[in-house]
Write a new protein. Sequence first.
Length: 156
Amino acid sequence: MASLPKVFERIQTPRPSRGPVAVPADSGFALRALPQEHVFFFAKKINNARLVREPDPKARGACWNAIGAACLAVVAFGAAMAPQVAAKMEGYKLEALRNEQQRLLEERRALDLQVAQLLSPERLEKLAKEQNLVTPGSNQVFQLETRPDGAVAMAK
């Protein structure tokens, strides 16, 4: 301890005296004695590794009460958030239905275009020529009579 100042030597070594330390009155650093300055506390290290804690019956009930309160809070939070979550989900479904409607409209337009191309007079004439079909004569055409109720009668 040769490197430590004198002040630390006084702190590290226990004082054998039980009374207050007397400081000469003629020094400029005289202080009053501190209360309980003569008491020395010795701290002993205690190893409690072998000790077993005795179970507290009240602690188990308090733990279950805390778990129940937490579950109740989760349920309350879920009940409060359920309408907002349901609204979000319905919004997603609505948007999906709009997208599907748009897709179906585009598909319908494509099918209408395809039907128009298949039923075009030029294509029908081409098919008729390929299959050796001719235009019927006037004596081969039969006009059907319509009834007043809108039904079509059979040919005569």
